[in-house]
Write a protein that binds this ligand. Structure first.
Ligand code: PNW
Length: 449
């Protein structure tokens, strides 16, 4: 085969953390088991026209029942860590009150099985599955949700921090604000446009309060997972450069500056902005973090919008790069640019970085031998690991790399149409088949490539 020609990883410290990443709604299924409450994603996916082919996470990868098999796959792969999320509506079915013992029990068993397999659990508290009852009370548009979230963090950490040492508060608050509340293409499907900005502040406040709650309940390493895009101006004309800066303020710095500098970027172009009392919350938001989680997929190219548009910028298609199955351009240099950019922007205020997500979707052709040839994923992962090495050579402090995702899973509005897994899932039979990338990664991690 092509094995002799496959790309190889450079050498890494033995302490570097290698992991795979997933999230609860995307893999667990079993949405009514163990007293789980409804989440905004149950509601959104059940609404006609919101997800491709009307697909939902009702069954997903049935990980709730098959977690032993999935942990065995990770143990065999040789990763040191596993990033997963806790479903808030399993632990607090209506987002308030005491913990639901049956919900906690699932994560108890999952964590024990991970530790038995020698895999370090890295738990995300919130990967977008807000309890529907919390949404009905205003969701992230309401300041009270930040306090609800911190109460949930306390319950989760009191039950699990004896075995979970690594905690992530929020996954990609930017996507919740922009797609969930701004454009409505994700749950809860609201179309508030720039009126969604309070959800940025309330999530960040929730992050700060949850960080305090986690530490009080014994959590050892606390961080957040932010999505970042390097932003490229479409030309050097001052209007395009200014538009790119405005987009970067909204997409990147709105969600990172308050955490790392204790101040919001100056969003002068916004007419409807953050809540009045935002400034008083900044010290809470700027809790020291033990690590900064970076989710990286691709850059954005930006030009000035036509006069009179609501937003000062427009996205321009990036050409001249290969594309993933989901049409995202493959730009490994963008990972290095992001890592170096964060390090230069925040300097001593930036804690060590964990790359908490990176990966791609592929078309996964099955070969005649019955193997799944995802050469594009091998090339993608190799190039991004090389880019992260380049950033480390420039002095960026990266401590780990988590691949999105272990399994093909429910890719939100795309349903099951986009496959991000190292392991193929047949959603009719729930059969797991490691792809070529899995076998390749296993050899890299074993150092026997
Ligand atoms: C991330 N965008 O989501 C999430 O953290 C994962 O749950 C998801 O499966 C993965 O990336 C792959 O998409 C994103 O439209 C969803 O820019 C959408 C966007 C970015 C990230």
């Amino acid at each position: 085969g092509r094995d002799g020609l496959q790309p190889r990883f450079p050498r890494f410290s033995a302490h570097f953390r290698w992991g795979t990443a997933t999230s609860a709604y995307q893999i667990e299924g079993a949405v009514t088991e163990g007293g789980r409450g409804r989440s905004v994603w149950d509601t959104f996916a059940a609404t006609p026209g919101k997800t491709a082919r009307g697909e939902t996470g009702e069954i997903a990868c049935d990980h709730y029942r098959r977690y032993h098999e999935d942990i065995a796959l990770m143990a065999d792969l040789g990763v040191s860590d596993y990033r997963f999320s806790l479903a808030w509506p399993r632990i607090q079915p209506v987002g308030a009150g005491p913990a639901n013992p049956a919900g906690l029990d699932f994560y108890d068993r999952l964590v024990d099985a991970l530790l038995n397999a020698g895999i370090t659990p890295v738990a995300t508290l919130y990967h977008w599955d807000t309890p529907q009852a919390v949404e009905d009370a205003g969701g992230w548009m309401s300041r009270d949700t930040a306090h609800r979230f911190a109460d949930y963090a306390t319950l989760a950490a009191e039950a699990l921090s004896d075995r979970i040492r690594w905690w992530i508060t929020l996954n990609e608050p930017v996507i919740v604000t922009l797609l969930g509340y701004g454009l409505g293409t994700h749950a809860p499907g609201r179309n508030l446009m720039l009126g969604a900005l309070p959800t940025a502040h309330h999530q960040l406040l929730g992050h700060g309060l949850a960080t305090q709650a986690l530490r009080a309940a014994g959590a050892e390493h606390v961080g957040i997972a932010n999505n970042h895009m390097p932003v490229w101006a479409d030309s050097q004309h001052s209007e395009d450069v200014a538009a790119a800066a405005a987009f970067a303020d909204l997409y990147n710095w709105l969600f990172a500056d308050p955490l790392l500098t204790g101040a919001y970027p100056d969003l002068r172009w916004l007419d409807r902005g953050l809540p009045e009392q935002a400034a008083v919350d900044l010290p809470t938001i700027a809790q020291p973090l033990d690590f900064y989680g970076l989710n990286y997929y691709s850059p954005a190219r930006i030009r000035a919008a036509a006069p009179g548009s609501e937003l000062p910028f427009e996205l321009v298609e990036i050409t001249g790069y290969p594309r993933t199955a989901s049409k995202w351009p493959v730009v490994p240099a963008g990972l290095r640019e992001t890592l170096v950019g964060l390090t230069e922007r925040y300097r001593d205020a930036l804690p060590p970085i964990l790359i908490t997500e990176n990966g791609c979707s592929t078309a996964d052709p099955a070969t005649a031998e019955g193997t799944i040839d995802d050469q594009d994923r091998i090339d993608f992962l190799h190039a991004h690991v090389a880019a992260l090495c380049g950033a480390m050579d420039e002095g960026v402090d990266v401590r780990g790399y988590f691949i999105w995702s272990l399994l093909d899973n429910f890719e939100w509005a795309e349903g099951y149409g986009q496959r991000f897994g190292l392991v193929h899932v047949d959603f009719e039979t729930q059969r797991r088949t490691p792809k070529a990338s899995y076998h390749w990664l296993r050899r890299q991690l074993a150092g026997t490539a």
